[in-house]
Design a binder for this molecule. Structure first.
Ligand code: T1G
Length: 694
């Protein structure tokens, strides 16, 4: 069995190499190997210094997250770091690629750190509902100051090598062979008198008065309802109050509390679920993907322009075909304005903005997109229009080009049927705004080939999107579930609730906004058009709430008309409860014969969320999602389901499917078929299992 940690001596330096592909995660074997080999180098009279480096594509991706929740296996990472730090011989960390989490705390325990230009360090624990648990909150403030450390730890974002050098995290950036440079650096350190300086012994500079109080105010909105961000600040603040060892002890206690929390389990679930979503049983990882070197987008509306920006941002040339020259001009101007806004916000450099805009070209003739490797159609949600366009594209585009439709509800098979290349037709449901939302539902048609799927999944990754493969049905996965969730919200209004009460329940659960505030942002006319399309096929006996239609008939389309479910003052997005809406609601309740009643928050939460979960179970049962965690990923990245809850299906498992099942049965007795549990959910509940057991 290959060594998880390798050792060699070169020129009187002990070189220790982490070798645990793919990211050198610090599992038990790696920790033991590093501890043993540092002791071996320390005891070897022929060794004057030590270099610690990583094999493969990076230094280290951190602690092995899969170990969490298992019985601890010594030595712990803090113990390993202590062995390194107390070594009387200089230990130099040689960093390339990522050094994240514990993979950065390990180098912080070394006496020096040198980096290749590719190196980037981060403490992303907060994104997993954790805090750095191996000295990061105690050593980093001593190395770069409290203010800078708070920024690194609370953001969880990577710090590039050049910034790491200027912040004092690394001592040198080296071109050429990293290990050779590290050996030379280590020998130079060995020549110096006395034991090497330990980071733990560095003084912590006092921050400005009120720094931590201001820090807590700054994160209040983002950290609402969370544990880890507050524990991060507390542990960092301890560096200004406690000696190192005491601060380390408190850090460990705070870390263990976070690690055992439901919140961290939810966020760790999503970390793995996002990666699991890329695994498609009948599309092996080595399925050859087509090279995408040019993209065409049809339509320069909000979605088309947003998609084109994502493509150009990934460095791929993109042509936007828009037959209406005025719409094209407006769309291109919107793209330019958006890029300029990103520069102003510091998200984009001037050079990157110019490069991005330089890759986008507007065209009005379909012949100008005949050579594209993939065409992404992003016109109105109108099946006949899409079919007409696909029939044309099939004759114009080169053989082998993939034809993708950005639809949120329509049948990909019907669109594929008008072409002679059904195996190259696929759905790419981008979420709006496309240049911000990371989710893309990738909709496989009955004949979509494995190569087409592999190609589009790879393209999604290149666009920094989270691609999730789904089957074809009305609304696919996300919108189909969202439809049932919002229906319940509307029914609750008829029975006694008001928009602000429902929205507050959902906000307090952890969403950024409730369904009515979301509707006002998205535009009530969008869902109105979809309801009108569905009206022809809606069963006569199906419960239907007319409230939203009434608002639309009044021209209340949400923020864009400064009136929707709420009223909005000029220039403000703050929702204001509106008596006009309340009157409409009361009128509908009366029309439908409801005696309005006070509805408690628990009922609102149960009816909205358990409906969501039940529909997700039906989707799983119909094979339209590959796994329950895919549904979680869709809801986290497409609808803002709180990550610390892990997604609707993970949350259901945490609540217990028996509890969900019994609540649905109770609700079904009162409200009828809307709540009849799906057979899959019933079976799992009665077998005392969860979605995770599928
Ligand atoms: N533990 C276990 N598995 C990991 C892992 C980790 N830390 N990081 C990655 N993997 C798996 C991943 O699931 C995938 O598996 C494969 O490696 C490739 O990953 C004590 C407590 C390092 C930037 O948060 O950000 O240290 O799907 O597809 O795109 O204070 O992985 O192939 O089976 O993402 O090149 C802190 C998490 C941990 C970093 C590489 N560290 N990882 O990205 O590959 S907590 C992190 C990443 C901690 C200390 C605390 C990325 C990456 P599979 P990948 P990539």
């Amino acid at each position: 069995m290959r060594d998880l940690v390798e050792y060699a001596t070169r020129d009187g330096v002990g070189v220790i190499t982490l070798n645990n592909p793919p990211v050198n995660a610090l599992g038990a074997g790696v920790r033991q190997g590093v501890a043993d080999l540092v002791e071996r180098a320390r005891a070897d009279g022929g060794v004057q210094a030590i270099v610690l480096t990583g094999a493969g594509r990076c230094f280290c991706g951190g602690a092995d997250i899969r170990e969490f929740g298992q019985p601890p296996i010594p030595p712990s990472l803090p113990e390993v770091i202590d062995i390194i730090e107390s070594c009387p011989k200089p230990v130099v960390a040689a960093l390339h690629g990522v050094a994240y989490g514990g993979g950065f705390e390990l180098p912080l325990g070394c006496h020096f750190r040198i980096a290749a230009p590719s190196a980037r360090v981060a403490l992303p624990e907060v994104t997993l509902g954790l805090i750095p648990g191996a000295g990061g909150t105690q050593r980093l403030p001593r190395l770069i100051g409290v203010e800078a450390a708070v920024g690194v730890i609370l953001s969880g974002k990577p710090v590039a090598a050049t910034s790491a050098l200027s912040m004092g995290i690394v001592d040198e950036i080296v071109d050429g062979d990293l290990v050779d440079a590290a050996i030379a650096f280590a020998l130079a350190c060995a020549d110096k008198e006395g034991p090497p300086t330990r980071v733990r012994d560095l003084e912590v500079a006092e921050p400005e008065p009120g720094f931590f109080e201001d820090g807590r105010k700054k994160i209040a909105r983002r950290a609402r309802g969370l544990i880890a961000p507050w524990h991060c600040i507390e542990s960092i603040e301890n560096t200004t109050k406690l000696p190192f060892d005491e601060g380390l002890k408190k850090e460990r206690a705070l870390f263990l509390e976070c690690r055992e929390s439901e919140q961290s389990k939810g966020q760790r679930h999503i970390f793995f679920a996002e990666r699991e979503a890329a695994k498609i049983p009948d599309v092996p990882r080595d399925t050859p993907a087509l090279a995408i070197q040019s993209v065409a987008v049809i339509g320069c509306g909000t979605m088309g322009a947003g998609i084109a920006m994502c493509v150009a941002d990934a460095g791929i040339p993109v042509r936007i075909l828009e037959t209406d020259a005025d719409v094209l001009e407006k769309g291109l101007a919107r793209i330019t304005k958006s890029c300029e806004g990103s520069v102003k916000r510091g998200r984009l450099s001037e050079a990157d903005k110019d490069a991005c805009l330089g890759l986008i070209q507007g065209v009005t003739d379909i012949a100008d997109i005949k050579d594209a490797d993939i065409v992404i159609e992003a016109v109105f949600e109108d099946l006949d229009l899409k079919k007409e366009i696909f029939a044309k594209l099939d004759t114009v585009c080169r053989p082998g080009a993939i034809l993708a439709t950005n639809t949120s509800t329509l049948d990909v098979n019907e669109i594929a049927a008008v072409t002679n290349r059904a195996e190259q037709v696929i759905g790419t449901h981008f979420f709006s705004p496309a240049d911000i939302m990371r989710l893309v539902e990738i909709v496989r048609g009955a004949e979509t080939s494995a190569q087409t799927i592999a190609t589009v999944m790879a393209m999604a990754r290149r666009l920094k999107k989270v691609g999730v493969l789904v089957g074809t049905c009305d609304g696919f996965v996300g919108n189909r579930m969202y439809h049932h969730y919002t229906r319940q919200a509307h029914f609750l209004l008829e029975e006694g609730a008001l928009p602000s009460q429902v929205d507050k329940v959902i906000y307090d659960f952890g969403f950024a906004m409730g369904p009515f505030a979301v509707g006002d942002v998205a535009g009530l006319d969008v869902s109105w058009r979809i309801r009108q399309r569905r009206a022809e096929t809606r069963p006569a006996d199906e419960r239907y709430s007319p409230i939203a239609d009434r608002l639309c008939e009044m021209g209340r389309f949400g923020q864009k008309t400064r009136a929707g479910w709420y009223a909005y003052e000029d220039g403000s997005r703050a929702p204001i409860a509106d008596a006009v809406v309340e009157d409409v609601i009361l009128g509908v309740s009366k029309e439908l014969g409801f005696d309005r009643r006070a509805i408690d928050n628990d009922e609102i939460q149960e009816r909205c969320l358990y409906t969501l979960i039940n529909e997700g179970a039906k989707i799983l049962d119909e094979g339209l999602a590959l796994r329950s965690s895919d549904i979680d990923v869709i809801w986290i990245y497409g609808y803002g389901f709180p990550a610390h809850r892990g997604g609707p299906m993970f949350y259901a498992d945490q609540v217990g499917l028996k509890t969900v099942y019994e609540a649905l049965c109770r609700l079904a007795e009162v409200h009828g078929d809307l709540f009849v549990p799906s057979p899959l959910l019933e079976r799992l509940a009665l077998e005392a299992k969860g979605f995770k057991d599928l």
